[in-house]
Design a protein around this ligand. Structure first.
Ligand code: GTP
Ligand code: MG
Length: 367
């Protein structure tokens, strides 16, 4: 195979674009859909069922498969429940989406960008979000792009909330992670980069915060110091198209990191899932294979006993009485049988009753 052909068939790098409502995800996806098109041929997917219109040419749009308003009506749900359920319904067909992305890769698409719903938790903390992320990451080099609104993060507490959210996604997704600090046409992002690298600079900014939240943020910042090392961050303006060269440098680094550090884990997961699938297919095959094999009749319950005894006369033996050498045979015996005289008496009573029943039966059969 020629080197060019191999490169053309390399799987596309998937970018899952996440972020708080209004942070600029859709605007970023729009810009990425046209940036360096000749070389990258971005393949774009919209996973937001509730958006009114998609401002980019989406190759796959969740709204073509699921009608969000209809879902709300049918399942009697509010807007957020409607989004979660729509995503759940869509993710049952995600195998097909993976096939389409694979085909797109073979057709020369180097990047696949996925726009997600505004309510970030709908994707990050839902079963469907996990299924979609894992399905992508087991098939393609996948990177999480976390869009952060720099204008809304100038306050150290808001910055910390954003970072905590990013941190929780990073550890949940276990994938390379890029923080795209957006809207730098309005606010320069260097203050945020400084807060991430210089702990004292962040503490200084916090000095002005005398609230309880300020104390909490101070404590949190100590913990998050470790997490910043795993982050790649850059400033962009989704609207004005600034910062994309650096952004793509980080994407290339992320793809390399995926191959070196994360792929092994997802390969394991893929093999495990394939085995589970094979097992369930085999079980289904067995369950549906009617008529093969010989049916074995079930043994009926015992309804009679030999030697003229009634079924009611049969009683179960205490397992501990099985053998005197048996350890369990040392168990304390039931009180009623503890006394020899009492046991003799019980036995005689039993025999007497039995005799009377038999005489009774004999009389009845003669008359
Ligand atoms: N100035 C400026 N505004 C931006 C930028 N990116 C996005 N916006 C604006 O921010 C607002 C929200 O942008 P969207 O792209 O819809 O954000 P979103 O994260 O997709 O929003 P939801 O899907 O509703 O959560 C819009 O008014 C955009 O025009 C940017 O880089 N600079
Ligand atoms: Mg959006």
């Amino acid at each position: 195979m020629q080197a060019d052909e191999a490169a053309a068939e390399a799987p596309p790098i998937c970018l899952i674009v996440l972020g708080m409502a209004g942070s600029g995800k859709t605007t970023l996806v729009k810009k990425l859909s046209s940036f360096n098109y000749d070389k990258l041929k971005p393949y774009v997917i919209n996973l937001d069922p509730a958006c009114k219109e998609v401002p980019y040419p989406a190759s796959i749009d969740i709204r073509d498969t699921v009608n969000y308003k209809e879902v709300m009506k049918q399942y009697k749900l509010g807007p957020n429940g409607g989004i979660v359920t729509s995503l759940n319904l869509f993710c049952t067909k995600f195998g097909k989406v993976i096939e389409l992305i694979e085909k797109a890769g073979k057709a020369g698409h180097k990047i696949c960008v996925l726009d997600t719903p505004g309510q970030i938790e709908v994707f990050t903390w839902s079963a469907s979000g996990t299924i979609i992320t894992e399905a992508l990451a087991t098939a393609f080099p996948t990177i999480v792009v976390y869009v952060m609104d720099v204008v809304r993060s100038t306050n150290p507490t808001t910055f910390m909330s954003n970072m905590l959210y990013a941190c929780s996604i990073l550890y949940k997704a276990r994938l390379p992670f890029i923080v795209a600090m957006n809207k730098i046409d309005i606010e320069d992002h260097n203050f945020a980069l400084e807060w991430m690298t210089d702990f004292e600079a962040f503490q200084e900014a916090l000095e002005k915060e005398q609230t309880y939240v300020g104390n909490l943020t101070r404590t949190m910042s100590l913990t998050l110091d470790e997490f910043y090392k795993d982050l790649k961050a850059c400033g962009v303006s989704a609207k004005m198209g600034i910062g994309y060269d650096r952004f793509y440098e980080l994407v290339a680094e992320g793809a390399k990191e995926y191959e070196e550090d994360y792929k092994k884990e997802y390969d394991k997961l893929r093999i495990q899932k394939e085995e589970e699938k094979k097992k369930s297919e085999k079980l289904q095959e067995i369950a549906s294979a009617k008529g093969s094999g010989v049916e074995v009749p079930l043994v009926p319950f015992v309804s009679e006993v030999n030697s003229g005894r009634e079924l009611a006369d049969v009683y179960l033996k205490h397992p501990g009485n099985e053998s005197s050498e048996d350890e369990e045979g040392d168990e304390e015996r039931p009180v009623a049988f503890g006394d020899d005289e009492l046991e003799d008496q019980n036995f005689n009573d039993f025999m007497q009753k039995r005799k009377e029943t038999q005489i009774d039966k004999a009389n009845k059969s003669q008359s």
